[in-house]
Write a new protein. Structure first.
Length: 177
């Protein structure tokens, strides 16, 4: 199966599970939009999540990684599914240091120099994933790629490339509309 077919399957699945909504929406950034991508619909639907994991797995297989990671909360089901698909260890990244228990921003272990790929549900400007990349790099690991299920084509690709990270969208917003 070519990547094109897989992408088509993914687009159909995103639409079928109700992840793409049309209407008048105000995004988190305050911008107005004629469509909204409710990716939680996709990441909580097992059939769609499986398709996402398969597509991400194809992208990852030649990457020579040590682990896959996701930012709490949106990235968790995606990174978990991809970890199961690829059998790569899983790292979860909290938005900020936890004040209780063992603390720390990371769930899962990695060594200095480990190569970690992050999974993101939707990228707009790339801000939330950039924060996680900085934290992982400060902890001594390497991040040079992020896979996003849907890129809204609103600047994330450039923001990430400015810090040496390649954004790999499984689907671009323009593919959906």
């Amino acid at each position: 199966m070519s990547h094109g077919n897989g992408k088509r399957t993914l687009i159909d699945a995103l639409k079928a599970c109700g992840a793409v909504k049309f209407g008048d929406f105000t995004l988190a950034s305050g911008k107005k939009s004629s469509y909204y991508i409710d990716i939680k619909k996709a990441s909580t639907d097992p059939k769609t999540l499986k398709i996402i994991a398969k597509e991400a797995g194809k992208v990852i297989k030649d990457m020579n990684l040590d682990a896959v990671g996701g930012v709490v909360l949106g990235g968790v089901p995606l990174a978990t599914a991809v970890s199961m698909e690829t059998e790569l260890p899983l790292i979860l990244i909290r938005k900020s240091e936890k004040e209780y228990g063992t603390g720390g921003r990371f769930v899962g272990d990695f060594q200095e120099g480990s190569k970690i790929l992050l999974l993101e549900d939707v990228t707009t400007s790339g801000g939330s994933v950039m924060d996680a990349i900085v934290a992982i790099r400060e902890a001594g690991a390497v991040v040079d790629s992020v896979i996003t299920v849907v890129d809204r084509e609103s600047g994330a690709e450039k923001s990430l490339s400015d810090i040496g990270v390649k954004l790999v969208p499984l689907v671009r917003a323009s593919d959906l509309i």
